[in-house]
Design a protein around this ligand. Structure first.
Ligand code: C2E
Ligand code: MG
Ligand code: MG
Length: 666
């Protein structure tokens, strides 16, 4: 990634700059030293040559002195003077045989034995070549010597220009060296400064810019690894974190609980209160999750209203406690612009410390559990169990069949006759929806209707059933009616009444030949919304039947409040009709009595046997419905029921019932 490598590159370049400066500095020093040495040598040679010339001209009988090695008083006076000329503090004289004959500061002292020798051979070389030799010496460690001096071996020439010996001149070069050193230093440092300024300043600017970029980049990386809204890691960071934790041994997935978390009705919060409220709520959930994390927990926002939590160090009981506490925190109201919003969570958990299952599989299982939690009405949590997988797979298959339903003509409306008790005649039919699966078998409506409701398909399907049923009923003679089941969801958009009116008009079926069946649940779920639409149906002349009465709360309130025309007693009463104490019969009798008192007709559903018919003879119910009288069948098979009398109907009903019909009827 740019940030990491550019960071490294920045430091690397910086190190190179420092090394470059250090090398330049060392080279500068070396150059200064070399230059100073060269200057000293040149200067010393010039001085020594001049001085030698001075000596040969100023010294009386220089040749004699060289020859004897003895200095006369006059010569001594010149020697004393000569060592003060041109920084010369000492000199030695060698004769033409390169033998030392005199040392200026040891005049009078006999020369040490062997001292006459030209120990380094310089005098000999000078005599041979006629060229001076300059030997630079460091005098710091020596007594009576300047810090820097040279021993310059130069030829001594006679007045006629012959080389009569060699003089080794000791020249103090310390002031010269200091002067040149400081001059060179000033020059080199100015040069260095110029170089540094021309290269270093832009480089430093680049370096600091790069560092700034690295910092910005790190910040961007941090931000992009986190969800901006909640501060929780995002999806990709989550997987990275899990991997890191696994590799470092902090997370053992075999003992971890995977919890999928989904905010219920988030879309509704967004749609109703706006995105600001939605964001506030997501932050609220994010905070609640963060505050529940402890060592060994990893959490992330997966996107939208989905979160995930992996908890490594908890028992199932502790995971349960965590979930309950989390749900409680989230259900606390959040205030946005003065409005208190409340929301709930659905959670799916996978906790299995035995199986060797991959993270992907475990997440899939937690997701299945979450799906189930939502199907169960949301605001709850479900622990994954193996049977759920099959259940959900089946549900998904059913959903696929629903989606394929219209394009592939898999929906059919079947009709089951409703018989009037007093006349034993067919008075109408209940329209019952059928859906075939890919193999052509029926899927029970008790299975596919809830799926269609959840998948948001029920309005389209319900409308199609109404159209089909009304169209078919319009072909029947009066006063046969058709009864159509409605789902609670069909009342949602408030357009049902108008749609039904249009369908009736289009088919030319009078409203009183249509009956609509709703269950108690429809009213419980959204009483307000449904109420006015039911009243509108009543006002139109459409009959209303309360279906499956006796299975829910069987609230009497619903019966008298909504002007139902009919009660359809659930078939569970009929199946237990012949029980030993006959209690069901009493209950049924009471319901029928109640219905009649409220001016409603009562239909008993699910009549299958002669015994049940006999038992019901004693009661005063109005309509019968059941396989005994007729199974749900296609519109094309209805003709005999429509045209013939009950005696014939009964004969027909005794034909073997198609297996698929029984399966479908559940
Ligand atoms: P429901 O409205 O109570 O319909 C009666 C159910 O009882 C039907 O099941 C019918 O086939 C079955 N049945 C009738 N007589 C007998 C009998 O003697 N014995 C047995 N064992 N069953 C009998 P079906 O067709 O499977 O429908 C089940 C439920 O699905 C219906 O119950 C209704 O709630 C729903 N449903 C069916 N069609 C539609 C529809 O078009 N829209 C909506 N929203 N729901 C529908
Ligand atoms: Mg019904
Ligand atoms: Mg029913």
């Amino acid at each position: 990634m740019f940030s990491k490598s550019s960071g490294m590159r920045g430091w690397f370049n910086f190190a190179i700059l420092i090394a470059f400066i250090a090398i330049m500095f060392a080279l500068g020093n070396l150059a200064i030293k070399r230059s100073v040495d060269a200057v000293i040598v040149a200067n010393a040679e010039r001085k020594a040559t001049n001085w030698s010339h001075y000596l040969s001209t100023a010294m009386p009988d220089l040749q004699g002195m060289i020859r004897t090695g003895e200095a006369t008083a006059a010569q001594k006076a010149v020697i004393d003077k000569a060592v003060q000329v041109a920084d010369v503090f000492r000199f030695k004289l060698f004769n033409a045989s390169a033998q030392m004959v005199l040392i200026s500061d040891e005049l009078g002292k006999p020369l040490e034995v062997g001292a006459q020798t030209d120990h380094n051979g310089y005098a000999r070389r000078v005599l041979d070549t006629g060229r001076a030799i300059i030997d630079v010496q460091d005098g710091r460690q020596k007594d009576n010597r300047p810090d820097l001096y040279v021993e310059a071996y130069v030829p001594v020439l006679s007045g006629s220009g012959d080389c009569i010996g060699v003089v080794e001149v000791y020249l103090d070069q310390t002031p010269v060296a200091n002067l040149f050193q400081s001059k060179f230093f000033t020059l080199v440092s100015s040069l260095g400064f110029v170089v540094l300024f021309s290269f270093g300043v832009p480089f430093l600017a680049y370096f600091f810019k790069l560092r700034q970029q690295v910092k910005t980049d790190a910040k961007v990386r941090l931000l992009s690894s986190r969800d901006q809204l909640t501060g929780l890691p995002n999806r990709s960071t989550f997987f990275q974190n899990v991997e890191d934790a696994r590799q470092s041994g902090r997370l053992d997935l075999h003992n971890a609980a995977i919890v999928f978390i989904d905010l219920d009705n988030f879309k509704a919060i967004n749609d109703t209160f706006g995105h600001k409220a939605g964001d506030a709520f997501l932050r609220h959930v994010g905070n609640a999750i963060s505050s529940h994390l402890s060592d060994g927990d990893l959490a992330a926002r997966f996107g939208g209203d989905e979160f995930i939590l992996i908890s490594a160090n908890r028992t199932m009981a502790e995971v349960e406690a965590l979930i309950e506490s989390l749900r409680k925190s989230v259900s606390m109201p959040v205030r946005v612009d003065g409005i208190a919003l409340t929301g709930h969570l659905s959670l799916g958990v996978h906790f299995d410390n035995l199986g060797d299952v991959s993270l992907k599989d475990r997440m899939h299982k937690a997701d299945i559990a979450l799906y189930q939690a939502k199907l169960m009405g949301r605001d709850n949590w479900v622990l994954f169990t193996p049977d759920l997988e099959e259940k959900i797979a089946r549900r998904r298959y059913v959903e696929e069949c629903i989606v394929a339903g219209f394009p592939q003509d898999r929906f059919e409306v079947h009709y089951q006759p409703l018989i009037e008790h007093s006349s034993s005649e067919v008075v109408g039919f209940e329209a019952l929806l059928r859906l075939r699966d890919a193999g052509g078998d029926f899927i029970s409506p008790t299975e596919f209707i809830p799926v269609a409701e959840d998948a948001g398909e029920i309005n389209k399907i319900g409308m199609w059933v109404l159209e089909e049923a009304v169209k078919t009923a319009a072909t029947w003679p009066e006063p046969l009616f058709v009864s159509v089941n409605l789902s609670a969801k069909q009342f949602d958009d408030g357009e049902l009444v108008e749609a039904v009116k249009t369908i009736l008009d289009k088919a030319g079926l009078p409203a009183n030949r249509l009956e609509l069946e709703v269950t108690e649940n429809t009213l419980i779920e959204q009483e307000e919304k449904v109420t006015c639409q039911l009243r509108a149906f009543s006002a139109m002349g459409v009959s209303l039947a309360m279906d499956d009465f006796g299975t829910g709360y069987s609230s009497l309130g619903y019966l008298w409040k909504y002007a139902f025309d009919k009660i359809k007693v659930d078939r569970s009463f009929i199946t237990s009709l012949t029980d030993i104490e006959g209690k069901s019969l009493h209950v049924l009798d009471t319901i029928i009595e109640l219905g009649h008192r409220l001016d409603m007709t009562v239909t008993v559903e699910g009549i299958e046997t002669e015994d049940q018919v006999q038992a019901l003879q004693k009661l005063s119910c109005d309509h019968f419905q059941g396989f005994y009288y007729g199974v749900p069948m296609q519109a094309s098979d209805l003709a005999p029921f429509v045209a013939e009398n009950l005696a014939q109907v009964k004969v027909r009903a005794k034909r073997p019932v198609a297996v698929s019909e029984i399966k479908a009827s559940g």
